[in-house]
Ligand binder design. Sequence first.
Ligand SMILES: CC(C)(COP(=O)(O)OP(=O)(O)OC[C@H]1O[C@@H](n2cnc3c(N)ncnc32)[C@H](O)[C@@H]1OP(=O)(O)O)[C@@H](O)C(=O)NCCC(=O)NCCS
Length: 217
Amino acid sequence: MELIEVLRTIRARDPARPTWAEALFCYAGLHALLFHRLANRLWRWGLRAPARIVSHIGRFVTGIEIHPGATIGRRLFIDHGMGVVIGETAEIGDDVLIYHGVTLGGLSTQPGKRHPTLGNNVVVGAGAQVLGPITVGDGARIGANAVVVHSVPPGETVVGIPARPPQHEGRRPTVGYGITPGCDDPIGEEIAALRAEVAALREEVAALRAPERRLAP
Ligand SMILES: CC(C)(COP(=O)(O)OP(=O)(O)OC[C@H]1O[C@@H](n2cnc3c(N)ncnc32)[C@H](O)[C@@H]1OP(=O)(O)O)[C@@H](O)C(=O)NCCC(=O)NCCS
């Protein structure tokens, strides 16, 4: 059942580790999604005005505006949520994480596909604006406050205005909050650095002792 799936997702992805009751009652993203499921069904039945009214009530209650025509996959987690806008022809894959202040918006006034398509496991940072009928590939990450107007390849991270990959290598996938697995353990990192230093010192000592050994009878 979708409600249980989304509750599990909220509990797993929010580092605040909410209880089941907190996840059910205190996450506007969940409530917005439930409003959207109803609005989207009405929209697909051709009941446009009732669909818009349900969507509008959802916006009033949650601060999240999702057009009833938007296509949303499973386990969408909109964290915090206030100020999120998702346009009519936007498409969102499974397991996507969106923070507050995000727009999946259009650039064109022409009808037809004019909003972005997000793949599975995409993370969209707070305040990011993703504009136009572009594609954000599976596992891509969009930095907080980025403005994205070109498609993003799968697994890529983009930041800034206009959004581009950051100038450094060796990035790893995000779980949530821009945290990369394995990088959230400062003590482990410290120990690894100390081990590397000890190994380097051992090599230096061995090199210094080598002439002594050669001179020994
Ligand atoms: C984009 C993001 C996913 C990158 O995470 P990452 O791969 O761990 O990248 P790093 O933190 O190593 O940063 C890489 C480079 O990009 C820069 N950068 C990171 N996020 C940026 C952003 N939003 N805008 C501009 N530059 C950014 C960093 O300064 C760094 O540059 P440097 O190498 O010159 O110092 C992450 O920074 C982000 O924005 N996550 C969204 C988090 C969010 O919205 N949280 C809201 C919680 S309420």
